[in-house]
Design a protein around this ligand. Structure first.
Ligand SMILES: [Zn+2]
Length: 298
């Protein structure tokens, strides 16, 4: 198993060593670990004998319910009692929300394609290769008129809210997005294909109605957004594509992650990498909000 904050490796099910590692670093006031423990094991004391059990509880799920654990962690972090500020801003979005979204998403998008390609190349499973191909090929097949790439939809969306393609492609993302893309790239280069699928394909569950069934208080965007007159068609097309095309692929990815995770006996590795990725995604979503505010103040 691995540390859900830094990825350090331990023997399978060695919660004792993991708890010791987390506890020692918390004791030194290492903020990522302290934040992690306070968030996922609130009220626990890293100096107590109970701490190992508290850490174990973070990973606990009933047999056969790894998928539910993943969905409920996603909901807890992004769609819970206090929804993520980006999700809140998408309920009644202003123009600046889409401007911030577009700029930060471009860097995220470029990493997505690389991560998917790594998963495809590293996996020996044809179903995984086909799944990743569905996401990669539309982005690279410029010669085909029948296939729409997400990048072209993103460019059209950005342009419709006043961001020219040149600005979109030359803008540097904010540090949290950069940090997140570096993490995803490092997972792609160093970790197993199943961890790559978990760290990146599952993020598209953000568009999925499955989250509603797992207790999400809000949808990815407010239901009236697609009918709202001021919102350009290009924005609506971009959002609809995420829900209609990307969400079902992510749901399929979740099925595979559960299936292979259990088959290969690596459920805890999947859980760890998912928590690491979710934290990075959370920060990337915040960067979209920060960028939107910058547009507001211009
Ligand atoms: Zn660690």
């Amino acid at each position: 198993m691995k540390c859900p904050v830094c990825g350090e490796k331990y023997n399978k099910l060695d919660y004792q060593m993991l708890a010791r590692h987390l506890g020692q670093l918390c004791e030194r006031n290492d903020s990522p670990r302290v934040d992690f423990v306070k968030y996922y094991a609130p009220g626990s004391n890293w100096l107590s004998n109970e701490f190992q059990n508290d850490v174990k509880q973070i990973f606990a799920h009933e047999k056969g319910h790894l998928g539910d654990w993943i969905l409920s962690r996603f909901v807890q972090r992004i769609f819970g009692e206090k929804p993520h500020p980006f999700i809140e801003s998408m309920q009644k979005p202003k123009k600046s929300v889409f401007q911030g979204y577009a700029i930060e998403y471009m860097a995220f998008h470029k990493q997505r394609i690389r991560s998917f390609a790594f998963a495809m190349a590293k996996s020996d499973k044809i179903d995984i290769q086909k799944l990743e191909a569905k996401l990669i090929f539309p982005e690279l097949m410029e010669w085909s008129e029948n296939i729409t790439s997400q990048e072209s939809l993103l460019e059209a969306m950005a342009e419709s809210v006043g961001i020219p393609v040149e600005t979109l492609s030359s803008s540097m993302p904010l540090p949290p997005t950069l940090h997140a893309t570096r993490l995803w790239n490092s997972i792609s280069e160093n970790d197993s294909w199943l961890e790559i699928v978990t760290s990146h394909n599952l993020l598209d569950l953000v568009y999925s109605p499955l989250l509603g069934k797992s207790g999400a208080k809000l949808p990815y965007f407010g239901p009236f957004v697609l009918e709202n007159e001021w919102i350009p068609d290009e924005v609506k097309t971009f959002l609809s594509h995420s829900v209609k095309t990307l969400a079902p692929i992510a749901e399929k990815a979740l099925e595979y992650v559960v299936k292979y995770g259990e088959e290969l006996g690596v459920s805890e590795d999947i859980q760890s990498v998912f928590l690491r990725s979710l934290e990075a995604f959370d920060r990337h979503l915040l960067a979209r909000v920060t960028r939107a505010r910058q547009f507001d103040s211009k």
